[in-house]
Every structure is written in structure tokens, then in C-alpha cells.
Design a protein around this ligand. Structure first.
Ligand code: FAD
Length: 472
């Protein structure tokens, strides 16, 4: 081959739209080799004895990769799918297809950047360059009004400066078609059992929505949220709700895998504002995307400190003596505090939990049960369909008081929150059926029911643990 052959290493950027590595490779290369590796390290057990990837997210991932392969085939190309370590697989493919350069998007968390470093070293031995692109955030790192190390530790200061001095770049154009090497051996997405999971046939009927991985579904969801249901119009008022598909965007899992570019969402917000008007709600949605940027930039600033108990504040929260027992009950949704149990059960069954639920479940674990916050973060890492290191560990560190929370000791009053955000108890009733007969908001405090009432509502199946019951 005479011209350039560029290998595009897909990772958490499983899309065609606004994907600079793909667009650039098509522009500069005569031939492009798109590759995705299922890295076995993504499916290992962690030092906290949780799985790095639970079955719900694993299934979502397989759907994302299948959709990407399908979309590439429609462009006259294909996707090479392999199982193994990228630092072993990519050099083999480089040699086989006479690749001249490899492109990828830079990650921020240490495990991911270590893999990039190993790939870079392995390619270096072949005298091949690994070119890094920045493409996961709304604001490009180079357009920030401060160097990474000077980014304020308080979000509002970051926001004010960003809004004043920076702007979001336009999305990159999507390629229409391109050439791959003749006889490229593509491969297929591994089955759930090949990845070590039992296949999940049906989604829990109670799930806020059916999450299916892939760019196609992501773009359809975005279209529906903005233009069909017009739900974005009320985002600010509904975003702390707990039931239904449209109280928030539900973009997170697609954004986490890169099926949806945050920049694409940003420009869709702008288009919506032009056509249907701007409001507190469209601004609030933008702010949440900015929070996501913020945690990624914080990861760049503080690196592994987010994976330490003391975070970057230097002092870990207090821990209880029997924290292992408490943790087990929390994980099973059996703490005896219905609002917490409902949220954890939703997570366990569907992979999703609302932001309000995550804040309360995390705060309750750390502040009420006094369990090591890293155990909770690690459990979320396994279970969340939208897990991403910076968002998860950044938010957990925030709630544990070892990260970006500017206040000294924030504590969610779980009972107050339950009554405010689930005033009639409908959310708890959905996820804790043992309590279904308890009327109205009384469902949030089963420990206050008399023996007679407990009998009347048949609460024999629900264990109330008074030591955990939050103060009224
Ligand atoms: P929307 O409310 O519609 O927001 C739009 C987008 O903005 C989201 O899709 C997400 O990409 C981003 N976003 C929203 N809230 C936050 C936030 N607080 N921090 C950073 N980005 C945000 N989000 C993840 O994507 N992955 C995680 O692993 C994750 N772990 C979390 C752990 C804890 C303890 C907490 C408190 C929050 C966590 N979040 C995480 C943030 C947030 O809860 C989810 O992004 C949100 O609930 C997803 O629903 P949505 O897409 O409907 O969000």
C-alpha cells in the first residue's frame, strides 16, 4: 500500500457522529482500520470484591459495539472486533494491515491511561505513532480559560469563568464512506456467555425506560426528548423526580460509552432554544453536562486522589465498627429505610438510579451507616449502566466530603428527601412491594407504625432496623 493506513482504536467513543478520530482518519488516510477490543480487564473482580462490569452494563456495551459495526458497514466499511488486551492486539493488526498511524481519544482515569501508555509502548517498538485526541468533553481542554492545574476546586467559580471566556466548538462532520483494507477480517461481538455472564433476556418492567446500547438508539432518544415529547422544556422542574422516562434526559449511559457526544447534545440544546425558546430548563441541562466536564477536568488535575479514601481533602470520613454488615444490607436494599432500599433495588434490577436517588443512597451509606465510601463507589461501578470513572468517583468523593464539595459536612436528611421527592410514596411502593399496603407518605417511616398497623399492612416481610432509621 502506498498511502496512509490509519487504525482507529474505538474505546468510549462508540459513534460515527462528532468523532474526530474517525473523521480525521478518513480525511488523512487512504485506508482506515476501525478496531474495538473487549479487554478482559474490564470484566475482572476489583480489590473491593465487586465486578468491574456488571451484566446489565456488559449487555449494553455489546449492543453499542454491534450498532457501531452495523453503522460502519452501512458506510461501506466494517469494525474489527477482538477480545484481548489492546497492547497485544493493536500491534498485531498494525503489522497485518501495514498501518502507518494509530488514533485514539485520550482518557482521564488511571486504568484507562495505563492501557494507552502500554499501547503506546508496544507501538513504539514497531516505530508507529499513537496519536492522542481530546474528544470526550463539551469544552475542549485547549479552550479552557485556565491550565488544568489552576481549575478552581469549586464548581461555581469554574462555571462563571468558562461561561464568560470559553465557547463550545462545532461538531466534526461525519464521514460518508471510506475504504478499509481488502479482506479485512472483522469478527463478531462476543456473546454474554463468552464474556462470562448469563444473558439477560428481559428488562425489568419497572425500569424507567428500556436502555439499548448504540448510537442509533442514543440519537433516537435525543430526538424524542427534545422534539417529540418536548420533555426538555420542563427539565428544571422534573429533574429530581424518580418515576418515568422523561423526568430527566436519560442520556447518561449513551454519553458514558460515547454513543452520544456531549457536544452534539449542546448544539441540539442551542437548536431547540432557537426554535422553541430558551428557558431555565435548557440552561439546567447544559449545566449538568458542564458538571460532567468538571469532574473529568478534576480527574486530570488530581488523578488517582479520587481513588483514595482521603480524596484530595486529606481526611477520610469516620467509619463504623460493623460496616461490613451495614454494607451488605445496603447492597441488598434491606436497610429498613424504604427510600434507600427502593433506590438500591432499582439500581440492582435495572442498572439505573436517578440523580436524587444516587445522592441519597451515597449520603446514607457514608454519613448514616458510616461505611467506607469507596466500597459504595465500587458497588456503583459494578452496577450502573452509565458508569464512568470521573462521574462516579467524583460524585462519590463529593458526597463523602473528600472531593469538590465546598461545604464542610453535607448531610442529606433522607427522610425529608423521601417525603419531598416521593410525597405519596409511589416510588417506594413500586420498588418495595412488601410495603405496598402502607398508605401515603407513611410508607417512608414504617418504624413509627404500631404493632396493630404492622399487622394490618402485613409488614412481616419487611425488616425495620431501628438503628438505621433516620431522625424525623
Ligand atoms: P440528566 O439529569 O438528564 O443530565 C444530563 C447529563 O448530564 C447526564 O446524562 C450526565 O452525562 C450529566 N450529568 C448529570 N448529572 C451529573 C452529575 N451530578 N455529575 C456529572 N455529570 C452529570 N453519572 C454518570 O454518567 N456516570 C456515573 O457513573 C455516575 N455516578 C454517580 C454517582 C453518584 C454518587 C452520584 C450522586 C451521581 C452520579 N452520576 C453519574 C451523575 C448523575 O446522577 C447521572 O449522570 C444522572 O442521574 C443520569 O441521568 P440523566 O442522563 O437522565 O441525567
Amino acid at each position: 500500500m502506498s498511502g496512509k493506513t490509519i487504525l482507529v482504536w474505538f474505546r468510549k467513543d462508540l459513534r460515527i457522529h462528532d468523532n474526530e478520530i474517525l473523521t480525521e482518519a478518513v480525511r488523512k488516510g487512504e485506508t482506515v482500520v476501525p478496531v474495538y477490543c473487549f479487554d478482559p480487564r474490564q470484566f475482572e473482580t476489583t480489590s473491593f470484591q465487586t465486578e468491574k462490569t456488571g451484566s446489565i452494563r456488559a449487555k449494553f456495551l455489546t449492543e453499542c459495539v454491534a450498532d457501531l459495526q452495523n453503522s460502519l458497514q452501512k458506510l461501506g466499511a466494517d469494525l474489527i472486533i477482538r477480545t484481548g488486551k489492546p497492547e497485544d492486539i493493536l500491534p498485531e493488526l498494525v503489522t497485518k494491515y501495514e498501518v502507518t498511524e494509530v488514533y485514539h481519544h485520550r482518557e482521564v482515569a488511571s486504568e484507562e491511561t495505563r492501557v494507552s501508555a502500554d499501547v503506546e509502548n508496544a507501538l513504539w517498538r514497531l516505530k508507529i505513532n499513537l496519536k492522542h485526541f481530546i474528544g470526550h468533553t463539551l469544552y475542549h481542554k485547549e479552550d479552557l480559560p485556565f491550565p488544568i492545574n489552576n481549575i478552581p476546586d469549586v464548581f461555581s467559580s469554574f462555571r462563571k469563568k468558562i461561561e464568560r471566556d470559553s465557547s463550545v466548538r462545532k461538531c466534526t462532520d461525519s464521514p460518508r464512506n471510506f475504504s478499509i483494507p481488502p479482506n479485512m477480517e472483522s469478527g463478531v461481538v462476543p456473546s454474554m456467555s463468552e464474556l462470562g455472564f448469563v444473558d439477560i433476556q428481559n428488562t425489568d418492567e419497572r425500569s424507567v425506560m428500556k436502555f439499548k446500547g448504540g448510537e442509533t438508539e442514543a440519537l433516537a432518544r435525543m430526538h424524542s426528548y427534545f422534539w417529540e415529547t418536548d420533555a426538555v422544556k420542563n427539565y428544571k422542574q422534573t429533574r429530581n423526580s424518580l418515576l418515568g422516562a422523561d423526568y430527566s434526559s436519560k442520556f447518561s449511559a449513551w454519553i458514558a460509552f460515547g454513543c452520544l457526544s456531549p457536544r452534539e447534545v449542546y448544539w441540539e440544546i442551542k437548536k431547540y432554544e432557537q426554535e422553541r425558546g430558551s428557558s431555565d430548563s435548557t440552561y439546567a441541562l447544559f449545566l449538568q453536562l458542564l458538571w460532567r466536564d468538571y469532574f473529568r477536568f478534576m480527574f486530570k488535575k488530581y488523578g488517582n486522589k479520587f481513588f483514595q479514601k482521603i480524596g484530595f481533602k486529606g481526611v477520610a470520613p469516620e467509619e463504623a465498627e460493623h460496616q461490613q454488615d451495614h454494607f451488605e444490607l445496603w447492597k441488598q436494599g434491606k436497610t429498613g429505610v424504604p427510600f434507600i432500599d427502593a433506590n438500591i433495588r432499582e439500581l440492582n434490577s435495572t442498572g439505573f438510579m436517578s440523580n436524587r436517588g444516587r445522592q441519597n443512597a451515597a449520603s446514607f451509606l457514608v454519613k448514616n451507616l458510616k461505611v467506607n465510601w469507596m466500597w459504595g463507589a465500587s458497588y456503583f461501578e459494578e452496577k450502573l449502566i452509565d458508569y464512568c470513572p470521573a462521574n462516579n468517583w467524583g460524585n462519590w468523593a463529593y458526597i463523602a466530603g473528600v472531593g469538590n464539595d465546598p461545604k464542610e459536612y453535607q448531610h442529606f436528611n433522607v427522610l425529608k428527601q423521601a417525603k419531598e421527592f416521593d410525597p405519596n410514596g409511589d416510588y417506594v411502593r413500586l420498588w418495595v412491594p412488601e410495603l405496598a399496603a402502607v398508605p401515603g407518605a407513611m410508607i417512608h417511616q414504617p418504624w413509627t407504625l404500631s404493632g396493630l398497623e404492622r399487622e394490618k399492612y402485613d409488614l412481616s416481610e419487611y425488616m425495620v432496623r431501628p438503628p438505621f432509621a433516620p431522625e424525623v
